[in-house]
Ligand binder design. Sequence first.
Ligand code: M6R
Length: 610
Amino acid sequence: MCGIVGATSERRVAGILLEGLKRLEYRGYDSAGVAVIDANNELKSVRRTGKVQELKDAIAQNPLDGTIGIAHTRWATHGGVTEANAHPHRSEDEIAVVHNGIIENHERLREELKAEGYVFNSQTDTEVIAHLIHHERKTKGDLLDAVKSAVRQLEGAYGTVVMDTKHPERLVVARSGSPLVIGVGIGENFVASDQLALLPVTRQFIYLEEGDVADINRTDIAIYDTEGNSVEREVVESDVSYDAGGKGQYRHFMLKEIYEQPIAVRNTLEGRLSETTVLDNAFGENAAEILKDIEHVQIVACGTSYHAGMVARYWLESMANVSCNIEIASEFRYRKSYVHPNSLLVTISQSGETADTLAALRLSKELGYKGSLTICNVGSSSMVRESDLAFLTRAGAEIGVASTKAFTTQLTGLLMLTLGIGKYRGMPEQQQEAVVHALQALPTKLEEAVALADEIEELAQDFANKDHSLFLGRGNQYPIAMEGALKLKEISYIHAEAYAAGELKHGPLALIDEEMPVIVVAPNNDLLEKLKSNVEEVRARGGLMYVFADKNAHFKSDDTMNVLNVCHCDEVIAPIVYTVPLQLLSYYVALIKGTDVDQPRNLAKSVTVE
Ligand code: M6R
């Protein structure tokens, strides 16, 4: 989704801003722009639809010379993908603004500002902010006061950075609903929607809180809370362990991230297990205080993270003896739900900023939950900061829009949560130990799964001319089939559906013909014989099958069935291991299709608007 970068320095900032935008490309966007205030105190900007590279090329032709500037990648919400709708937006050639989020009362404000004589050049809600701040600055005189007064009038979500030719050394920023981080430099300061954008220039960050407004110049940072009080916010040294800006030897970030899964999961496990169970503090200090009383778990998440939650329900109910519901966040937040006594609200999110999941977490605080836990990959995210407990998945920055290592590390965390709750609910010690051993073996099993890449690349050729596909699984592999289908559709644009295999005969069987590949996830578990019957139902109707199976499951390749043998593994970790071949399948199909693997059309990495 949209990305923001800003800088105030003694050196020229256009290069820093463009590099920042490049690093935010992974979030998904459709246009980009930069504005600076130049030596003549004039606003200069360049905007382009398409990739940041096009913006870079345009600026190379007409350099932007300025020591203060703001930049943006836009993911269209209000108004089409046009240069006029790209940010920064300007008012009267004095104020320039970039904005993430959605202003819900923009229509009313637009009418009021038009009545004041302001002329609108775009269809965006953001242009309203530029004119509103200009209007307020005319009466208030000072930029900070103008921004404070303007944001009080905004309804909706914003992370915004404002520049003013009347105050050419200052960036004023405001955050409500969309994250913003200040990068602290030496004799220069920065701001961005994501610390990754600023890693080349600083590792010192201040995370703004909801409602904060900050006034930033080269040497000083002043922050004010919702009440307008001056506040100190901690400066945190970034713990991002490697430079996520590069793809290394890999052709795409997605492939790199698939290959990183064994090490990512090793990091997830590191220091959190004893020989017999999980350590309570894996979920935060004093986690036991909450976990020991939990009688029900409500999981809320979106997309891939939702699929992780679906798997967790199977684990929690079968091993931890605790009831569990799982719901899509955009549904949960808008319905009246029943809260069981002693319920734990669990949010799962790679980014920790997904608008619907964050809203569900905030809502839960009014509903009487015993506590909240987030399973999240970003330690500085809103969800981590606003949850009672947090389990950091430690996957490392995930750049590909299609979630891969974030998912397998979430699953690893959720299996550990099963131990964390199960040990207080009579889960037998022997069973806890067995899960610990299975978890310890997981990185090696993932290495074996990744090693199937060449075989899967070959299988993928069959999908080059297919428009539809069906994924089947049973039990805790049903959500894995759903995840496989989501991966295939989001990066190859092939229509993919997932079904619990037992549902086939209740409708989807009608779709089966030789044009519909059917992908079956078949580990060796107690549902195998049932699954085999479902496979025969497909075969009898002329379907072409791709079975990802344990070698002990005794499937044999023939004219109608391609069998890919996946390494044998403990049943409890099979959902994590079987995810990998499905990720690889979608990756290689997308390669053949020639789609944009890391930034699929219309999608954003972090969905910070509803
Ligand atoms: O950051 P989150 O995990 O909260 O994101 C939720 C979904 O937007 C995300 O999982 C999405 O479905 C993935 N890009 C799919 O690969």
